[in-house]
Design a protein around this ligand. Structure first.
Ligand SMILES: NC(=O)c1ccc[n+]([C@@H]2O[C@H](COP(=O)([O-])OP(=O)(O)OC[C@H]3O[C@@H](n4cnc5c(N)ncnc54)[C@H](O)[C@@H]3O)[C@@H](O)[C@H]2O)c1
Length: 243
């Protein structure tokens, strides 16, 4: 019997990453859920494992190559790598510091590059890398450093897709709109409500709606799609609704 294909998901202790890990396990992948928050990760994965899903936890910081490498060694190979770990914080452009900026790029861009590269080195033809950008890559106010990081993820995705297409590895980005996760819930409730009101349907996406798009790009049927960014934002990227 053929062993299950293997998918790694970073940032999988909560929010979008966790929903992706769950979705891919339902799709039949053996999933390795990676995150730097050890306790939160284990607590999130345990009920899933108990319910019979093939998910295991691996504590790793996406900015630390050695820990990412160790996580990858828990499996014989890698079919799919989803780079969902990321951070967000708010700051007016005029107040941003180099430290704010560098930290954002370090986690969101270098933290996408390292797991993607480590995975690509171990992938054979048919492999898939899915990165997580954001609708915010198109612009926005009070988060220029995040906008820069998520635009960089799109550029990196396109460049990886070009270099890896000869190896038969497809690389695509999913760019979620405003999604209901611990990241966005960490904002004051009145700010969450303001953001939600700006969404085309007046409400945030659920993490499962984002995971569904990742599942599509991770599936064997979509091998001819590469270098693309799929906006999953209810049409907000079409404009006309403010930030
Ligand atoms: N929530 C949204 O509205 C939204 C919209 C667009 C894009 N995104 C992107 O989706 C991804 C997931 O966002 P979320 O809302 O689920 O966030 P979240 O904060 O709820 O979850 C992010 C996870 O990433 C992990 N993480 C952060 N830095 C890490 C590191 N260095 N190493 C390993 N793990 C690390 C965190 O521990 C956390 O578990 C992020 O890349 C985010 O930028 C989110």
């Amino acid at each position: 019997m053929k062993a299950s294909p293997v998918a790694f998901v970073t940032g999988a202790a909560q929010g979008i990453g966790l929903a992706i890990a769950k979705r891919l396990a339902f799709d039949g992948f053996q999933v390795v859920a990676m995150d730097r928050q050890a306790d939160v990760l284990r607590q999130a994965v345990k009920p899933l494992t108990d319910s019979g899903l093939a998910i295991q936890a691996a504590v790793a910081d996406v900015c630390d190559r050695a820990s990412v490498h160790q996580a990858l060694l828990t499996q014989d190979g890698v079919d799919v790598m989803v780079c969902a770990a990321g951070i967000y914080n708010d700051a007016r452009f005029l107040d941003l510091t180099e430290q704010n900026f560098s930290q954002m790029l370090e986690v969101n861009v270098v933290g996408t590059f390292i797991p993607a590269q480590e995975a690509a080195r171990r992938m054979v033809s048919g492999g898939r890398i899915v990165t997580i950008s954001s609708r915010g890559a198109l612009g926005g106010t009070r988060f220029a450093h995040y906008v820069a990081s998520k635009s960089a993820v799109i550029g990196l995705t396109r460049a990886m897709a070009m270099e890896l297409r000869d190896k038969g590895i497809a690389v695509n980005a999913v760019a979620p709109g405003f999604t209901d996760t611990p990241m966005t819930r960490s904002a004051p409730p009145e700010m969450f409500a303001q953001w939600e009101a700006l969404e085309p349907r007046g409400k945030a996406a659920s993490p499962d709606e984002i995971a569904h798009a990742v599942s599509f790009l991770a599936s064997p049927q979509t091998h001819f799609i590469t270098g693309q960014t799929l906006f999953v934002d209810g049409g907000k990227s079409l404009g006309g609704l403010g930030i």
